[in-house]
Design a protein around this ligand. Structure first.
Ligand code: ADE
Length: 243
């Protein structure tokens, strides 16, 4: 899968994404991530890409033309018009189902705004998806773009060594992940739950599923509406929520 990130801060994006699992997947050729510098498309001698908003108000806006030129150069070079995600608190809130849908694209472009945003006219022409990563306001779209690239990349086949983990972790199934333990058996006087030491796979699965239901009921009861629970699990969840 190929990601193109249109930004005024290419180093920030590339530095953040070339380590760990994503960096390894890039080195293996499973992913490619390219930051495209919008400033390279500045059209005045000061190299500026921002200006005052018509009608007044605080701050500066990114101008339409450099963003448009950047987009056009990109689409001409790759020979296609990829979906373009504009990161903004006004977008639809990003979640795991959106990550899954984006992961089926071959190419995906991100547009990162700065200052007070971007001239509306170019957004109307090039943006296909408006996405927010949550109800808070950041200084720019770079961190949200990096978060999306990370969440989408781990769903690309081969990126996680163990394909099972992408399926079973939190949110697939709308349940939170169960607690996990590794050596030693006792740490700070806390013992690993007995069932996990039993080697009895069916009991372990049952215990994990229960823990997922309990955690979700305690921490994210809103998710339970979409989770498929057995009648026993529904009773368990209800009890936890009433506690
Ligand atoms: N840009 C600024 N704040 C943002 C947010 N919460 N999500 C996506 N993009 C943003």
């Amino acid at each position: 899968m190929k990601f193109y990130i249109m930004t005024l801060f290419p180093d920030m994006v590339m530095d953040g994404l070339n380590t760990s699992i994503i960096g390894r997947a890039v080195n293996q050729g499973l992913l490619s991530i390219e930051a495209v510098n919008i400033r390279d498309y500045a059209f005045n001698k000061h190299n500026s890409v921002d200006d005052y908003p018509y009608g007044g108000g605080a701050g500066m806006l990114m101008q339409a033309e450099p963003v448009f030129q950047c987009y056009q150069a990109l689409t001409e070079r790759i020979g296609r018009k990829p979906r373009v995600v504009y990161l903004s608190p006004q977008g639809k809130t990003f979640n795991q189902s959106m990550a899954e849908a984006f992961a089926s694209e071959e190419e995906l472009a991100f547009l990162c705004g700065h200052y007070e945003g971007i001239d509306e006219r170019v957004l109307e022409e090039i943006v296909t998806d408006y996405v927010s990563i949550g109800d808070y306001v950041l200084t720019g779209g770079e961190l949200p773009a990096m978060i999306m690239v990370d969440a989408i990349s781990r769903l690309v086949p081969g990126v996680l060594h163990n394909d099972v983990s992408a399926e079973f972790e939190s949110f697939q199934d709308n349940l939170l992940e169960y607690p996990q333990y590794s050596r030693p058996e006792v740490w700070h006087d806390k013992r690993v739950p007995e069932v996990l030491m039993s080697g009895h796979h069916a009991n372990i699965e049952k215990w994990r599923r229960e823990q997922s239901v309990i955690r979700t009921a305690k921490n994210r009861p809103d998710l339970l509406e979409k989770a498929e629970l057995t009648p026993d699990e529904q009773i368990l969840a209800k009890r936890i929520m009433e506690e």
